[in-house]
Design a binder for this molecule. Structure first.
Ligand SMILES: Cc1cc2nc3c(=O)[nH]c(=O)nc-3n(C[C@H](O)[C@H](O)[C@H](O)COP(=O)(O)OP(=O)(O)OC[C@H]3O[C@@H](n4cnc5c(N)ncnc54)[C@H](O)[C@@H]3O)c2cc1C
Length: 412
């Protein structure tokens, strides 16, 4: 492990800091973002403007080829930018899926026309993308999806339902995975498309979350016609395209947003408990020590992955540990912070008490973090099988055609 920047990395870090200093205010202990993550139209506009500023200054597509407006930088430079950007008050991004996941996939499988059309507007903040993968009966088992695509001349006709589609309500385009052949094994019968979210037959219904906000949606597809020219990858090769897109997710997932050790530490120093500072209470200290240890472990696990990237290697499945630990730590810290705040913990209005509202909001969205991008149980399976070498999960549908898999529902 080597935690220090190389001379080139240090020079890049200085360049990034100079850019950020020139464009956005830095976070300070009394001036953190306390982001509530509810994306209003004004937030979307701010996100677009910040994306454009980054693109115009060569910091939006650090891993992207220069031909598409990128920098052709290294994975370490990409990480350095993320690390530095976290220290500034920047608008919440609506471009992680488009720029971080969708466009690298288009660059891998796209036709010359698709490459000409899509990456640049995404990079410069003009078009927002979402990911139409999960369905009511296909989440962890994504390959069990049922949305049907049937070829009709030069078009495909798509029918089905997607769910939990982040940002669908303000997206311009989506990456869509469908079942084109139910008579072959489930992974083999999938075909992937780029779909215009304004196409006739697409109905986007935001889902109201417990926090009162709506960050994701149900998306219904009824006889949606998609030209074959919008197919991404070969017919029946949709699984490979989908996996490429999900593999790109590891470059987009940074530190989990929300209160961390430093924040609960700050909170306990300012609160009184039984006539003394909460931070001096032995029970509080015990919790703080646990979170300090977890935070330190996560930091070094991240540095280990970064060292692998810096040496041109791919981080292993042990990266799953990062999300597993950080999402439940977020939930624990938010819950404990709210408990310590007593009645004040019920405040949800950031204008009244920004930090209290931030803890409250984190409490409500932390459970989602334990599901999105792989549930706790799925991550444990990955660690058990690929890190510890334990026997694999039982797959009752192995080798069966999708429409022969026993189910209470008709397949395809
Ligand atoms: C905040 C958020 C944003 C999201 N954004 C998107 C998006 O933009 N696009 C998109 O397509 N999807 C999105 N999702 C959906 C997400 O990918 C799925 O929720 C996730 O894959 C889990 O699928 P599921 O909800 O169907 O749960 P299921 O897969 O049905 O799981 C239900 C329970 O069973 C457990 N389980 C399932 N299989 C196993 C197994 N083999 N072994 C042990 N336990 C198992 C799970 O851990 C879970 O506890 C988002 C989800 C969230 C929470």
């Amino acid at each position: 492990m080597d935690f220090s920047d190389t001379p080139q990395e240090a020079a890049f870090r200085a360049e990034v800091r100079a850019f950020l200093d020139a464009h956005v205010p830095a976070k300070t202990p009394g001036n953190r973002s306390y982001a509530s993550r509810a994306m209003s139209p004004a937030d979307v506009a701010a996100s677009k403007a910040w994306q454009r500023t980054k693109a115009e200054n060569g910091f939006a597509g650090i891993l992207w080829p220069k031909a598409f407006g990128g920098r052709e930088g290294t994975p370490m430079e990409h990480i350095i930018f993320q690390q530095e950007e976290e220290n500034y008050l920047v608008p919440a991004s609506v471009f992680n899926q488009g720029v971080g996941m969708a466009m690298p996939t288009v660059m891998t499988f796209g036709t010359p026309e698709q490459l000409e059309r899509y990456p640049r507007p995404a990079l410069f903040g003009d078009e927002i993308w979402c990911q139409l993968f999960s369905e009511p009966d296909a989440g962890s088992d994504l390959a069990g999806l049922r949305t049907r695509a049937v070829q009709d001349g030069d078009d495909w006709v798509v029918n089905g339902q997607k769910i939990w589609t982040s940002n669908a309500h303000f997206s311009d385009y989506a990456m869509l995975v469908t079942r084109s052949d139910p008579t072959v094994a489930k992974h083999a019968g999938l075909t992937f498309f780029i779909v215009d979210m304004k196409s006739p037959g697409i109905d986007v219904r935001p889902i109201k979350q417990i926090s009162g906000t709506s960050n994701f949606c149900e998306v219904f597809l009824s006889d949606v016609r998609i030209p074959d020219s919008q197919r991404l990858g070969a017919v029946g090769a949709g699984w490979k395209v989908a996996m490429t897109m999900l593999a790109n997710e590891r470059f987009t997932v940074g530190k989990t947003e929300g209160p961390d050790f430093e924040d609960i530490f700050l909170l306990t120093r300012g609160l009184e408990l039984d006539g003394r500072r909460a931070v001096d209470d032995p029970a509080v200290i015990e919790h703080l020590a646990d979170w300090y240890v977890q935070s330190a472990g996560l930091k070094y696990a991240r540095l280990r992955s970064q060292t692998a990237l810096s040496r041109g290697k791919t981080p292993g499945p042990e990266a799953s540990i990062g999300k597993l630990v950080s999402a439940s730590k977020l939930q624990d810290i938010a819950t404990y912070g709210i408990d310590l705040l007593g009645q004040a913990g019920a405040v949800m209005d950031p204008a009244v008490a920004p930090m209290n509202a931030w803890f409250q909001h984190a409490l409500l969205y932390a459970p989602g973090k334990r599901i999105a991008g792989g549930t706790d149980e799925i991550l444990r399976n990955i660690i058990a099988e690929r890190v510890l070498g334990l026997p694999g999960d039982i797959r009752a549908d192995k080798g069966l055609a999708f429409n022969q898999v026993p189910t209470s529902r008709r397949q395809g």
